[in-house]
Design a protein around this ligand. Structure first.
Ligand SMILES: [Zn+2]
Length: 411
């Protein structure tokens, strides 16, 4: 048996608690053990507690990891990313700096469509290589699991190619999501219904029969995919056994949050324009909101989602990066925590809960990852700080000094 002991943690931030997403005041309880220690056997956590109680159980033949008086936390679970794409859009970033809007750039042939053209032209090996580069960025920022979406293929062959690339990613844990309805491809412009037909009748059944995805997502927005399109695609996905996630109410309040509730989706993501009615609908159906402040920041908008109302309403709030080459080119959960605290008035503890255990539950992994508790996977990070609040406070810093996935050091 492969035994590890982690000792000398100024704070062992366990995020232990009930076996469900944390809501309301629970988000502020990180279940911290001061001067904590943890024993691990074959990649699973055996016990956590104060060092004085744990030390005598350390196996003589085991490896001892000295955290050197630093914070030890669960790895971040990033529940919304788009990590497989070719090229980047630094040119469009420069255009936006000088005043062009995201919509103007998209209308001129840029935006998601330009990434789709490059991604379709790239080979699977090229995409694996570029994705692995981003995987290192996630690890360096303390993330150990990502939800990863396709969506830059927009045809059956290329969407499957992207999902295979997601499956090949190492050593980060990944949860694959099919996002064939990310944008209307060039060849279907003016024939949106035909593309929805293709997604429902060909792409979804093929993706499911190859077991390439666990979830189906859609960009539900007037002018892209309507509420009706979204209902059709997501209902078909649900019938095939996929879980549901939605890009909802990002650019306007279109009723997408209510649709997420109607369909019993796992998550509704973005929600910058969701009102109190939408929040009440999410609550009634137990849909978790996934908030993506990085995209608000990177687009230069001020319209952050109303996290305080969502917490007050009792929603299991999640934070994620939305890592993608257009609207949110950051893999950094610490940056997202900083934005959540400064722009959305979440406390550091609420932000950490949203980025770990609540994110894990939103991916159906709450029993496996997201907290440091007996029986769970030993996915943890040693941060170069003494107090967990330093993580969002010292922003723009890569705090992790060591990252472990299932008890194996990966950084
Ligand atoms: Zn997204």
């Amino acid at each position: 048996m492969n035994r590890l002991a982690v000792v000398n943690c100024s704070e062992l931030v366990t995020v232990a608690g009930p076996a469900r997403p944390r809501i309301a005041a629970e988000l502020r309880d990180l279940a911290i053990i001061p001067d904590g220690a943890m024993l691990i056997a074959d990649g699973r956590i055996e016990v956590v507690g104060p060092r004085s109680e744990i030390e005598r159980w350390i196996a003589p033949d085991g490896i001892v990891i000295d955290a050197a008086g630093n914070v030890v936390m669960p790895g971040f679970v990033d529940a919304h990313t788009h990590p497989v794409f070719a090229g980047n859009r630094a040119n469009e970033f420069e255009q936006r700096c000088t005043g062009a809007t995201y919509k103007e750039i998209a209308a001129a042939g840029g935006g998601i469509r330009s990434t789709v053209r490059k991604t379709c032209a790239a080979t699977e090996d090229e995409l694996v290589a570029s994705a692995q580069r981003y995987v290192n960025w996630f690890l360096r920022n303390g993330t150990t699991t990502i939800e990863a979406k396709s969506g830059y293929g927009l045809n059956l062959e290329d969407e499957c190619k992207l999902l295979r690339v997601i499956r090949a990613i190492q050593p980060l844990r990944t949860v694959p999501t099919f996002l064939g309805a990310h944008e209307i491809p060039d060849e279907f412009r003016g024939r949106r219904d035909k593309y929805v037909d293709l997604v429902v009748k060909e792409m979804l059944p093929s993706v499911v029969s190859q077991r390439l995805a666990e979830y189906c997502d859609i960009f539900c927005e007037p002018g892209i995919f309507s509420i009706e399109d979204s209902r059709r695609i997501l209902t078909a996905a649900r019938r095939l056994g996929l879980g549901l996630r939605l890009h909802a109410d990002q650019l306007s309040n279109s009723g997408a949050a209510a649709l997420a509730a109607e369909l019993g989706a796992a998550t509704a993501d973005h929600l910058e324009h969701t009102d109190e009615l939408g929040i009440a609908a999410l609550k009634s159906a137990g849909v978790q909101p996934v908030l993506l402040p990085g995209s608000v920041y990177a687009l230069g908008s001020k319209q952050y989602p109303n996290a305080r109302s969502m917490i007050q309403a009792g929603l299991g709030v999640v934070l994620a990066t939305d890592f993608n080459p257009g609207s949110s080119p950051t893999p950094s959960m610490p940056m997202i925590l900083s934005l959540a605290c400064t722009q959305m008035r979440m406390t550091p503890a609420e932000a950490i809960t949203a980025a770990t255990i609540n994110a894990a539950y939103s991916l159906g992994r709450g029993a496996e990852i997201g907290s440091l508790e007996a029986g769970k996977c030993a996915d943890f990070v040693i941060h170069d700080c003494r107090d967990y609040r330093e993580i969002p406070y010292f922003f723009g810093v890569q705090h992790p000094s060591a990252v472990y996935i299932e008890g194996k050091r990966v950084l």
